[in-house]
Write a protein that binds this ligand. Structure first.
Ligand code: PGA
Length: 258
């Protein structure tokens, strides 16, 4: 199955805990945002660390602001957390929830992720839920991916679903992992179909059809076309490659032509 040529591709630049300085963040955001103006068939989301959200928010004109995490409450006594109201008021439109690095580094559970998704969708954010297996023994998508997905989306209201995006991110394919390698387009197709079927079983086919599925894991200039063309996905979550503006621009150019 190939994505419809007319549909815009979603590209999310996940900077993770980079760069180290505000000056570098400003330069990177300017370059990426300028490039976004050139590619009309791509929606670019720039997701810097929290500390740079405000500065980057003032720069973006052709792309939109994303946050890498969110707390489920609007405000209140939650030391160290960043609330939905705070993110809204700074211009954030997309939030990433349940990234494997948050699951691992911060011990985020499916129960916490479910609360974050509900809080984010209730606040009106486009909400990107990351799911994916930590290792792959054989060609089958492990059932753990479906279990994660079902637990994370439990109890969502139907009218929230148009703002839900699932990022299939096999953890072993993330570029900074030891011995990582990108997944293959055929595995990504299998995974995206599996995710879409799981969503259809959970919410009904019509409702599930509103939910975009994207791919993340070592996406680069050399492989993005094949994922978009043959992986059955509507976009990509780009980590390492998004820290190099030239590479991200090239990825956007390729996505734009798919
Ligand atoms: P990567 O990261 O592109 O560096 O593999 C993707 C992600 O973890 O979101």
């Amino acid at each position: 199955m190939t994505a419809k040529k007319t549909a815009k591709k979603l590209l999310i630049a996940n900077w993770k805990s980079n760069p180290a300085t505000l000056e570098e963040a400003v330069v990177l955001a300017k370059k990426e945002d300028e490039a976004a103006a050139l590619f009309k068939s791509v929606d670019l989301v720039v997701a810097p660390p929290f500390i740079f959200l405000e500065a980057v928010s003032e720069i973006l004109k052709n792309s939109v602001l994303g946050a890498q995490d969110v707390f489920w409450e609007k405000s209140g006594p939650h030391t160290g957390e960043v609330s939905t109201d705070q993110l809204k008021n700074i211009g954030v439109q997309y939030v990433i929830v349940g990234h494997s690095e948050k699951r691992q580094d911060s011990g985020e559970t499916d129960e916490m992720i479910n609360k974050k998704i509900k809080g984010a969708l209730a606040a009106g954010f486009r909400t990107v839920l990351c799911v994916g297996e930590t290792s792959r023994e054989d060609k089958e998508i492990p059932s753990s991916v479906g279990e994660q997905l079902v637990a994370d989306v439990a109890g969502l209201k139907k009218d929230w679903l148009k703002n839900l995006i699932i990022a299939y991110e096999p953890v072993w394919a993330i570029s900074t992992r030891l011995n990582s390698r990108p997944d293959t387009p055929s595995n990504v197709l299998q995974a995206s179909l599996y995710i879409k079927k799981t969503l259809a079983r959970t919410f009904g086919l019509k409702e599930a059809n509103q939910i975009k599925v994207i791919y993340g894991g070592s996406v680069k200039t050399g492989n993005v076309a094949s994922f978009l063309k043959d992986g059955g996905v509507s976009g990509a979550l780009v980590g390492g490659a998004s820290l190099n503006a030239e590479e991200l621009i090239e990825i956007a150019k390729i996505a734009n032509s798919q």
